[in-house]
Design a protein around this ligand. Sequence first.
Ligand code: PLP
Length: 316
Amino acid sequence: MVATYDDVLAAAARLAPHAHRTPVLRSRLIDAEVGAEVLFKCENFQRMGAFKFRGAYNALAQLDTGRQRAGVIAFSSGNHAQAVALAAGLLGIPATLVMPSDAPAGKLAATKAYGGHVITYDRYADDREDICRTLAAERGLTLVPPFDHPHVIAGQGTAAKELFEHVGALDALFVPLGGGGLLAGTALATRALSPACRLYGVEPAAGDDGLRSLRQGTIVRINTPRTIADGAQTQQLGVHTFAIIRQTVDDVFTVTDAELLDSMRVVGSLMKIVAEPTGCLGLAAVRRHARRFSGQRIGVIISGGNADLTALAARP
Ligand SMILES: *Cc1c(COP(=O)(O)O)cnc(C)c1O
């Protein structure tokens, strides 16, 4: 099974009654700084605060009734857990979420508030996939992967579909990159709706496995990177996501944690919105490479807004 743009269309129909059509925002001051027209697709305003609701709902809605009744399990640094908990709640499916014990407090609390059953693990010591597989086998639960599934990829692609429907063709589009579900889904929508648009993934400099995978033509695995971009602390791209990314993505950029914090301040002060560090990957890359894109129409996906503001405010 390979995700196609038709799957993105089917996902959009499935999601229409349940997901928000998120706004596209602009800032004249950001345009002036970058020297380009920058259009922000604001998935920080999506339900549960990130695009991940799209993929999770699209995947859960397609499980057969037996699997839905038995329940689902997912592992996540936060947003996928919230997305699965919320989507499962809407569909009446019991959900177990395996989350790192140092996940942002807000993400842990929200996942529980959506009705999810939360189990925590040590992000640097335990193998979360192993924990998940054991629980799934013992309890007959279906594992919902955070990015490497055609239904998840198709769901994530609905954000870019909305963006192109809203603003028309673009010269370039910048997308946060973790395991590649958002980037692969975005690629399907981009190639269908704005075929000449150059497409870029952006990942934290501490975890440049996506860049290396693209260069080497094979999936490169790394240790869990230490970065404030907790939504992109993945160790490797997926088989499904990499197959799409290597064919359709023009390049991958990396940015530092300092650049992410700076971009968080920029969207906060100029657009009055809260974006989480991972959500700022795209803007941080645009600001670093501004000269290359001067005078162009640029899209940026702000992928989420679930920032731990208490922890960030306490940073020097
Ligand atoms: C999960 C996530 C990402 C990365 O998405 P992938 O599909 O794993 O590449 C980016 N931003 C936010 C806010 C996320 O939650």
